[in-house]
Write a protein that binds this ligand. Sequence first.
Ligand code: 6PG
Length: 301
Amino acid sequence: MHVEARKITIIIHFGFIAVLSSIKTPSANAVELVGSMALSGGHKDRELRVHESLDELSTDLADYIAELSEASVKERGVFAIALSGGSLIGLMGKLCEAPYNKTVDWAKWYIFWADERVVAKNHADSNYKLAKDRLLSKVPIIPSHVHSINDTVSAEEAADDYEFVIRQLVKSRVISVSDISDCPKFDLILLGMGPDGHVASLFPNHSALEEKDEWVTFITDSPKPPPERITFTLPVINSASNVAIVATGDSKAEAVHLAVDDVGSDSPSVPAGVAQPLKGKLVWFLDKAAASKLEGSQFSA
Ligand code: 6PG
């Protein structure tokens, strides 16, 4: 397929260094904004990818995941990836199709959940079931590499149990360890984002957001049903090599603005705004509707 790509480097005056690239294909026009944010006080690496359509976003997301998988397998022999629930899983669907279904080294994948609803694995609300039905059952992942939560115990026990499993896999180096915290360093943590700006099951103004000691915590009062969930804590998310936040649709636009733009301390902070790996890279995958309230007219729908 003929693909014409051009890249223009522009500097925007919010401490951003951005690369705007227009990629034209016969099938579609994708507009992708790629920005690396230069902030004081440490290494922060952030990229925004804004897509014209969900189809293009899905292709880009599949490419991104496949590339990280390849790099990780080359470097460490395995790929430790954490999923969330929600629309993210449907948007990962292209991984089940050619070429990814054949080219990705699925046997090297180890699957985790950044958050899970505390329900039976065969319940319609289960993030495990969603991923299994839509993704995991369609590619040759080794069943013993799929680490879902214990669904026979309380939320508190499920969180403890999941942290124990992760600790064992850090010891055996299936999951790396961060050199700046004692936290696990996942190769990739994939997050959706709610209209309130929550990521994983870290909701605005909830004490779980402040948890610093545990790797996995639990909540029993989730504002988004079902109420009982386990979730990676912020230190674990921010110790990952790569974090991607995938948000689409108008309902996410305000939260994207609050999370991404430099809104100052008078505006409410949202959990997605503090998800930023300390030494890794954050990539936002947005459609134009979700990007429509970002500062800078080039993002407007
Ligand atoms: C969950 C999810 C949750 C989800 C966001 C976004 O268990 O509810 O893990 O964190 O990713 O709520 O969901 P949507 O993309 O469906 O809006």
